[in-house]
Design a protein around this ligand. Sequence first.
Ligand code: NAD
Ligand code: UGA
Length: 387
Amino acid sequence: MRALVTGAAGFIGSHLVEQLLADGAHVVGLDCFTDYYARALKDANLAAPRRHDRFTFVESRLQDADLDHLLRDTTHVFHLAAQAGVRKSWGVDFAVYTACNIEATQVLLEACTRTELSKVVYASSSSVYGDDGDMPMREDQRPQPVSPYGVSKLAAEHLCYLYWVAHRVPTVSLRYFTVYGPRQRPDMAFNRFLHAMLGGGTVTLYGTGEQTRDFTFVGDAVSATIAAADRGAPGNVYNIGGGARVSVNRVLELMAVCTGTRPRIERHPVPKGDMHDTYADKGFTVLGFPCDQFGGQEPGDDAEINAFCERNFGVTFPLFSKVEVNGEGAHPLYQWLRSEKGGLLGSKIKWNFTKYLLGKDGKVIGRYSPTTKPEKIAADIEKALAA
Ligand code: NAD
Ligand code: UGA
């Protein structure tokens, strides 16, 4: 496979690139580093692919790229570049959504008409459904988005279908349902909640917290995306979700267990455009995939909690070294690490924030609770650094 991945520096795009490379593909990644969130995070997302000799990176807006050249040897296109985020899509910001989500897609599809491709996979969204349809959400029900973002994703879906019907560009649209996992975008709930809970900040909770999402693990979304490139039927739309849903309150409960903290919650009104519930019908079944269900099984002992956090949140010390801590109220261990050691520990020691301090060899140096005296931890860390 020779793949072009747009939005390659983003959350899902970077995971997809890594998997395609692992599967033996040649990959060209394209991204223009929009300023929706920090470029440093996107550069970090690309760190591993950039070291790979089957990976080429092109920094460009899709609309400005020499697509005829990029598509010349391409067999598969994965179109993930977009302005994501539901809640910011109102007002003047909508211009960004039309440019990145609709115009950029049309430019790409036009270029696809001038070459032979095996498949063009487009990253659509559960946000096309809105609040008034059936539950679980079926691909054949009438989409009625409740956010301008959803409208833009649906418009691009229609363009994909149109270019299949009119030009035989073999497009497949995938409706991802709220994706979580390591490197999740910093505006999304899991990332925001964890940073707040670990940094002693306040969790912003929209509405009652009883809203539900069919949270989908990024590794599953990537597998389904690659499966769609292989056996998705052109012109079709597929849900990419686990077919189970969890409330936001339940997510907070699980994170409290994992972090050993009690979240300080500030309630805010539900922002316009936020759907109340999402719940996928059978997308993974169509593509022949089982999918993990977030929160299905609560992690029990410390080892399980650590494995759960690593897999689902990708939390390691360097990630939360970026959080601004206001000092008061921060988790004591974390507060100490910030004030005394800054980010320096990241390179030497892996910090599994709940209970363990691990040495570079992966061995447990110490086990702590949130009330362990910082001096005790300090002594252990000094010993480990000296070893
Ligand atoms: P992301 O913001 O992390 O990645 C998108 C990337 O696209 C960014 O790196 C951005 O710089 C790039 N980009 C945007 N416009 C571009 C343009 N015109 N030219 C070149 N590059 C451009 O977002 P993500 O969460 O990884 O989402 C990836 C795709 O999946 C998006 O299309 C999004 O709408 C869709 N989606 C995401 C989720 C989710 O839960 N994350 C759910 C449903 C759908
Ligand atoms: C996510 C992505 O951000 C969209 O790009 C994507 O298109 C969409 O999924 C999708 O599935 O189509 P969203 O479901 O809003 O959108 O994802 P989160 O930002 O993770 O929010 C999940 C829930 O947590 C929402 O109910 C939201 O209201 C709530 N939330 C989020 C809070 O209560 N507080 C926050 O600080 C953030």
